[in-house]
Design a binder for this molecule. Sequence first.
Ligand SMILES: *Cc1c(COP(=O)(O)O)cnc(C)c1O
Length: 374
Amino acid sequence: MRSFPARATVDLAAIRANVQRLREYAGAAEVMSVVKADAYGHGLVPVARAAREAGASWLGVAQLSEALALRGAGDTGRLLAWLYAPGAGLADVVRADVDLSVPASWALAEVRAAAAEVGRPARVHLKVDTGMGRGGQFLPEWSALLHEAVVAQQEGLVEVVGVWSHLARADEVDHPSVRAQRDVFDEAVRLAEAAGAHLEVRHLANSAATLTEPAVHYDLVRPGLATYGLSPLPGTEPSRLGLRPAMRLEARLALVKRAPAGQGVSYGHTYTTRTDTQLAVVPLGYGDGVPRHASNAAEVQVGGHRYRIAGRVCMDQLVLDIGEASAVAGDRVVLFGPGDDGEPTAAEWAEAVGTINYEIVTRVGARVPREYLG
Ligand SMILES: *Cc1c(COP(=O)(O)O)cnc(C)c1O
């Protein structure tokens, strides 16, 4: 915290412990640690290494660029990438030995062309939409995709190693949609095997389903959020799941000064001091991923006390009304962390801002240095 007065510390020992815990939940299924979006803001390469050390036999990313970054950093394990648009240039990804999701016929055609160019078969996971209403094919169109994939396999251009899908409502424990999606998934797998696919992995479970629904673990589970020690189940603390939050966002106060009663604070003067007081300037703002919706809403911790943000969050800074606290410029302010020293958690920030804990950690900006512990 010298040239930049804030940092996100990431506890890699917590990441490893969380992955180990998730392996226990997974039982006989393998674990794919999902490290998309810069590992939910925690840092792609260090998190990927920690996850591998803790026994994640697979890694999962959304973008091809993320998969190539992992290969560039020396990761050689099984790795799935699932999001791309036509013309992405799949040859580099096939050459890098990355498994690819195939959500549609156009994607299969591009994978075939890439495999032909590289001169070796591409491993693909066919994506079925079992009810999420997002990626993959719905069951009526599934057989056509299967047929094309099996033809490509016979040509030696692809190996259909996986069938996969994603759950819409696994965070609502025992929600009937989970069973309904499982039934569709079972049918999709049956059709794939009947068409001649020899599946290595069938996978459906995100963090919530990994933690609560063994019936959908199949051969592989894909926890993202829980890897970072955050709970996907609203109202359930991470500690109750055996998880520990890995990220702490902290800064050093850039200024503490006296202000009179009746002083408007920050843009628009949406906060006014009630008494003679002290204002403290925190050098983090929406340019660093602090949501502007946190204005007058979220709390931070200084010197063991919590203060609600006073007035609007600006691009680079926000302000606290700290009363007669003895804080001085340079003192540490914690925006969120695991919560065991009384600091707010990412879940509390999410609640204050009207979003989910996923977004609070993932949006921490590239400008904020990450420091790794453990
Ligand atoms: C992000 C993502 C996951 C991980 O979800 P969590 O809720 O963070 O566990 C798993 N599968 C797919 C397809 C995803 O996009």
